[in-house]
Design a protein around this ligand. Sequence first.
Ligand SMILES: Cc1c2[nH]c(c1CCC(=O)O)Cc1[nH]c(c(CCC(=O)O)c1C)Cc1[nH]c(c(CCC(=O)O)c1C)Cc1[nH]c(c(C)c1CCC(=O)O)C2
Length: 341
Amino acid sequence: MNLKNDLLLRAAKGEKVERTPVWLMRQAGRILPEYRAVRASVSGFIELAQTPELAAEVTIQPVDILDVDAAIIFSDILVIPEAMGLPYEMVEKRGPWFPSTVNSEADLRKLRIADGVDDLSYVIEAIKITKKSLNGRVPLIGFAGAPWTIFAYMIEGSGSKTFSKARAMLYTQPDFSHKLLQMITDSTINYLKAQIDAGANLVQIFDSWAGILPPDQYMEFSLRYISQICDAINEVPKTVFAKGAFFARKEMAALNCETIGLDWNMEIAKSRELIGSGKTLQGNLDPAALYGTPKQVEEATNRMMDQFKGSRHIANLGHGVYPDIEPEKVKIFIQTVKNYQ
Ligand SMILES: Cc1c2[nH]c(c1CCC(=O)O)Cc1[nH]c(c(CCC(=O)O)c1C)Cc1[nH]c(c(CCC(=O)O)c1C)Cc1[nH]c(c(C)c1CCC(=O)O)C2
């Protein structure tokens, strides 16, 4: 199926684009009243994510309502631990929680390497339905968490300010850590390939907890596995977003991927200098800038666009859009990017 709007894919590959494409991390499932209405019709996030027709519906909402240049499939990074044998729950207002965690080699033996098609059939089905209803309007982004970020949740059992249990593991049980990271990596490769087979046009790897590791550990326990994933996937363009990994930008330039996501702490000119001209950069407006007045949002967006000007760029925020941002402000961000000359 030919895409009517393939700006995202062309920008990712460094081809000529008429204007900069724009989408928002976490655009599905946070800010829209239309999402909340669908969410209220089911028992919770997990039921929504596991009902392919509804997951497809909320995936397409931002395309219809916000006019973004891409859809991102409605799911979560934590479907991978579940598919490996470690189920999670979403606790209202608190976030993800794992009733059991992984602590030892014995726990590892209870886990399996996920098969993307069988273990995650509900995501695959949601992608197929989404592709059909999108009918080529915009590309569909598939995604997965980076192995380190997934490891952090599997060890810790929930979100955490410090992820100290997960970080302790890297010091006290490095061999065990590598084994688990490899299992997550193999599962993730299977999963991303299944997403691509079902129709995902680009995939993004979210390393949300990159910034809590010291640089040497980041290279050993995170980037090494991200690199394996990038090398294994060659069917579609890949984006790597490692939140807080300012210290690894030079190393990330060597990844076999098209796009590097920048968070809002990463200075744009400096990032370009470290990463070089061979990659597209994605980002990176401070998500809090959208709390400003409409005029402030427009000005902040134009300032960001000025700094990326003349180089490969996909416009986005520097992290996921915050849940209490008014959709009107998001629309101003998007329209400002679209009108930028
Ligand atoms: C770390 C992480 C998670 N999930 C994700 C990340 C990486 C990106 C990032 O750093 O923000 C990724 C994610 N999670 C979700 C998507 C769907 C697509 C999209 O929103 O654009 C994506 C891309 C749905 C979700 N994931 C979650 C919800 C809310 C659940 C609900 O509706 O009750 C949604 C729509 C829950 C979730 N899931 C996670 C947390 C910490 C939470 C609780 C806080 C929150 O609400 O975001 C783990």
